[in-house]
Ligand binder design. Structure first.
Ligand SMILES: [Zn+2]
Length: 179
């Protein structure tokens, strides 16, 4: 029994993909960030409850909802609004890829009002950087808390040449240490 429990913990720490995380009910205020540094490639994946990003988790129903989603997507696509990379690392930035159930246009959502009230939705964002001096990526400041005040903490899992590492960020303590 004990062995079984520890292997489940190991799986949840190191074997979880964003897709698996998205299938689980999330806690509002808590996001996750997964970071992988391999050679010159830095990949960052963010999973944020839609509640923390736009303040609702149902399909947009009003012009105000639409505008909130549009603003959030534009912000999240710009990696500089989410992360501050050390200048010395000389990373080329590719635009972030943003996915969310809130971006799917469904005409029939009015008929499913009740079930949608109970459902959760996330924003998934993937950033990809190519860095000329990856050895200079010793720390990384996350600036999401300034843009999304509902976000209270971020669970960070990183995999770098020195190995896997878990950290928790909160407002005011928002720097990922990679060394
Ligand atoms: Zn939710």
């Amino acid at each position: 029994m004990k062995r079984w429990a520890s292997s489940v913990i190991a799986l949840s720490l190191f074997g979880s993909s964003p897709m698996v995380l998205a299938a689980q009910p999330h806690v509002h205020g808590a996001g996750t960030l997964q970071l992988v540094l391999e050679g010159s490639n830095l990949n960052v994946e963010l999973l944020l409850p839609a509640m923390d990003v736009v303040g609702f988790e149902h399909a947009p129903r009003t012009a105000k909802h639409q505008e909130a989603v549009k603003t959030a997507v534009a912000l999240l696509k710009d990696s500089r609004k989410a992360l501050e990379l050390p200048a010395a690392a000389q990373c080329a930035i590719a635009p972030g890829k943003v996915e969310s159930a809130l971006l799917e246009t469904r005409q029939d959502h009015d008929h499913h009002e009740h079930s949608e009230e109970e459902a959760h939705a996330d924003f998934e964002v993937a950033y990809r950087f190519d860095c000329r001096h990856p050895e200079s990526l010793k720390s990384l400041k996350v600036t999401l808390f300034q843009h999304f005040p509902r976000l209270e903490k971020l669970e960070v899992q990183s995999v770098t040449p020195i190995g896997p590492k878990s950290q928790q960020l909160v407002p005011g303590q928002d720097t990922i240490q990679l060394d």
